[in-house]
Design a protein around this ligand. Sequence first.
Ligand code: GDP
Ligand code: GDP
Length: 455
Amino acid sequence: MVPVIALVGRPNVGKSTLFNRLTKTRNAIVAEYAGLTRDRQYGEAKWQGRTYIVIDTGGISGDEEGIDAKMAEQSLQAIEEADAVLFMVDSRAGMTAADQMIAEHLRKRNKRSFLVANKVDTVDPDIARAEFSPLGLGDALPIAAAHGRGIGQMLQAALGEFARDEGADEEEAAEAEVVAEGEEAKRIPGPSEKDGIKIAIIGRPNVGKSTLVNRMLGEERVIVYDQAGTTRDSIYIPFERNDEKYTLIDTAGVRRRGKIFEAVEKFSVVKTLQAIQDANVVIFVMDAREGVVEHDLNLLGFVLETGRALVIALNKWDGMDSGERDYVKTELERRLFFVDFADIHFISALHGTGVGHLYKSVQESFRSAITRWPTSRLTQILEDAVQEHQPPLVNGRRIKLRYAHLGGANPPLIVIHGNQVESVPKSYSRYLENTYRRVLKLVGTPIRIEYKGGD
Ligand code: GDP
Ligand code: GDP
């Protein structure tokens, strides 16, 4: 599982500054709560090649009333969702009553917490450390979020224990090696024998995820179901359909109660992000009656960034008239151009219409995502593409692209070797990507292209 760290502390200690530094503001998801000026933000970040999730919180000031009280409530929820808490204090301002209150809460919850003294550019780090020792949370880790100081040591402390995720070994067992010219052998994940294709059902609250999960499972043979899970984790449901194995990663929190499945939990961003990370294929559910909303685009941005195979399900297609349907289709074309590689299905989870067809897209996109293309094939496609349309001249010299090999799967990573590759324009990369997509008949998966120079 992808580890989650929460940034908590009173307002103005530097939480947002640290959040932005850690996530480089790639695609923050803002959990929306009416009436709040500052909400929880979720972002993905990387430390030593490992992905983790950061939650920024509004802040706890200690004398919460009205909006402040809600903000504090959001912070407390973030603490619950996190594996580790970075409790930030302000070295320049010194210790306050609010700091003491938060420290007490963390101690009571017995949460893995790290005291982080920010803004040590303004005071002596030793003084900062001594200042906050009465909080009883050990030595403060001194940082200056605004200047990037102390960040490495802080992350080592908070994330060191999560150095390797549990799933990795299992994945590795199912990996095959692809040896490429001039390249070290890279490991490429394949489908897991045990789980089959892992499908995450993702979407905003109320779009129909639980209904879809029920519909998909209602018709199939569920092998094992009742799993004890914490409220934070998605539920993994292995099942078979037409002799194919699948595992559904259910973020809606559907649990079996007697014979039917019921949603018992609310939408959780953490759960959603973790499920995306852990899936082979994401079925992204949207509500046709609401059209494409900002939060959908936000979540889709995350799916794209992780590179997972993607199938889009426009749910609640029942009972819409043709005018409404046309409108939605136009909207989709206009706003979902950035994931135009994904199949779109118009379904009714409630009535079951179109649900069966999702499987074909799931399988095709999965196959596209994990096929091991030989170096000779990828190089041939590159040569043909270059012949048809030469890369541009840079300082009077032409960019040379010599050969290509596969560097990873799910998403496929195509590594292209050549000269002056750092100057390949984006538009040319897009041309190559489109060519690979077309010739290899890839559907439902993004492709990554990476260049290696000097040979
Ligand atoms: P938040 O309310 O906890 O999210 O705090 P912000 O990230 O908005 O920061 C509050 C103020 O502290 C801003 O003016 C930041 O520029 C400033 N700040 C943040 N980190 C540092 C730091 O490392 N050193 C200094 N001197 N100022 C900082
Ligand atoms: P979740 O929060 O994404 O898990 O959404 P639910 O599955 O709980 O569905 C939210 C609401 O939408 C419920 O009232 C469902 O009955 C309704 N719903 C789900 N799928 C459909 C559908 O295909 N058509 C219609 N008309 N309503 C649906």
